[in-house]
Write a protein of this length. Structure first.
Length: 105
Protein backbone atom coordinates (compact mmCIF):
# COMPACT_ATOMS: atom_id res chain seq x y z
CA UNK A 1 0.00 0.00 0.00
CA UNK A 2 1.45 3.38 -0.90
CA UNK A 3 0.99 6.56 1.11
CA UNK A 4 -0.61 6.55 4.52
CA UNK A 5 -1.51 3.28 6.13
CA UNK A 6 -4.73 2.53 7.93
CA UNK A 7 -2.75 1.40 10.95
CA UNK A 8 -0.19 3.61 12.64
CA UNK A 9 1.52 0.60 14.19
CA UNK A 10 5.20 -0.20 13.66
CA UNK A 11 4.95 -3.45 11.73
CA UNK A 12 5.72 -5.01 8.37
CA UNK A 13 3.17 -5.27 5.57
CA UNK A 14 2.13 -8.82 6.48
CA UNK A 15 1.38 -7.70 10.04
CA UNK A 16 -0.54 -4.76 8.60
CA UNK A 17 -2.62 -7.38 6.76
CA UNK A 18 -3.18 -9.18 10.09
CA UNK A 19 -4.38 -5.90 11.66
CA UNK A 20 -6.70 -5.45 8.68
CA UNK A 21 -8.18 -8.91 9.29
CA UNK A 22 -8.87 -7.88 12.91
CA UNK A 23 -10.59 -4.70 11.69
CA UNK A 24 -12.65 -6.83 9.28
CA UNK A 25 -13.83 -8.91 12.25
CA UNK A 26 -14.57 -5.78 14.30
CA UNK A 27 -16.80 -4.47 11.53
CA UNK A 28 -19.00 -7.55 12.00
CA UNK A 29 -20.17 -5.87 15.25
CA UNK A 30 -21.73 -3.13 13.11
CA UNK A 31 -19.07 -0.46 13.56
CA UNK A 32 -17.46 1.59 10.81
CA UNK A 33 -14.10 0.77 9.26
CA UNK A 34 -12.74 3.99 10.82
CA UNK A 35 -13.75 2.87 14.31
CA UNK A 36 -12.47 -0.66 13.76
CA UNK A 37 -9.07 0.65 12.68
CA UNK A 38 -9.01 3.13 15.58
CA UNK A 39 -9.70 0.34 18.06
CA UNK A 40 -6.77 -1.72 16.73
CA UNK A 41 -4.46 1.32 16.71
CA UNK A 42 -5.51 2.26 20.24
CA UNK A 43 -5.18 -1.24 21.67
CA UNK A 44 -1.64 -1.69 20.40
CA UNK A 45 -0.37 1.90 20.47
CA UNK A 46 3.36 2.15 21.14
CA UNK A 47 4.09 -1.51 20.52
CA UNK A 48 6.63 -2.72 18.02
CA UNK A 49 5.88 -5.93 16.22
CA UNK A 50 8.25 -8.56 14.89
CA UNK A 51 7.93 -9.48 11.23
CA UNK A 52 4.93 -11.68 10.49
CA UNK A 53 4.08 -13.89 12.24
CA UNK A 54 4.55 -11.84 15.40
CA UNK A 55 3.56 -13.42 18.73
CA UNK A 56 0.21 -11.58 18.41
CA UNK A 57 -0.62 -13.99 15.60
CA UNK A 58 -0.92 -16.86 18.08
CA UNK A 59 -4.52 -15.66 18.52
CA UNK A 60 -6.96 -15.33 15.66
CA UNK A 61 -8.23 -12.00 14.30
CA UNK A 62 -11.65 -12.98 15.70
CA UNK A 63 -10.16 -13.34 19.21
CA UNK A 64 -8.55 -9.89 19.07
CA UNK A 65 -11.73 -8.33 17.68
CA UNK A 66 -13.78 -9.55 20.63
CA UNK A 67 -11.06 -8.39 23.03
CA UNK A 68 -10.81 -4.93 21.47
CA UNK A 69 -14.58 -4.48 21.26
CA UNK A 70 -15.64 -5.80 24.65
CA UNK A 71 -12.53 -4.76 26.56
CA UNK A 72 -11.75 -7.91 28.40
CA UNK A 73 -11.53 -11.50 27.38
CA UNK A 74 -14.98 -12.92 26.79
CA UNK A 75 -15.76 -16.58 26.05
CA UNK A 76 -16.75 -15.78 22.46
CA UNK A 77 -15.90 -19.31 21.40
CA UNK A 78 -18.34 -20.85 23.89
CA UNK A 79 -21.69 -21.52 22.19
CA UNK A 80 -23.33 -21.48 25.66
CA UNK A 81 -21.85 -18.15 26.73
CA UNK A 82 -24.40 -15.68 28.11
CA UNK A 83 -23.91 -12.71 25.80
CA UNK A 84 -26.75 -10.69 27.35
CA UNK A 85 -24.37 -8.89 29.72
CA UNK A 86 -21.64 -8.13 27.17
CA UNK A 87 -21.23 -4.38 26.57
CA UNK A 88 -18.95 -2.72 24.04
CA UNK A 89 -16.23 -0.50 25.40
CA UNK A 90 -16.25 3.07 24.12
CA UNK A 91 -14.18 3.79 21.02
CA UNK A 92 -10.99 5.83 21.39
CA UNK A 93 -11.56 9.56 22.05
CA UNK A 94 -12.25 11.64 18.94
CA UNK A 95 -8.97 13.53 19.34
CA UNK A 96 -6.89 10.35 19.62
CA UNK A 97 -4.11 9.60 17.13
CA UNK A 98 -5.73 6.17 16.78
CA UNK A 99 -8.18 7.65 14.26
CA UNK A 100 -6.38 7.42 10.93
CA UNK A 101 -9.51 7.27 8.78
CA UNK A 102 -12.23 9.92 8.68
CA UNK A 103 -14.97 9.25 11.21
CA UNK A 104 -18.41 8.73 9.78
CA UNK A 105 -21.06 11.16 10.98
Amino acid sequence: MSGAREFNLDADEEMQDFFSAIADELQKFGISRAEAVARVNDAWAGQTFSPYPDIACHESPEHWAYDFYYGEPVPYWDPNADRSEWRATPPPPADSDAWTLPREQ
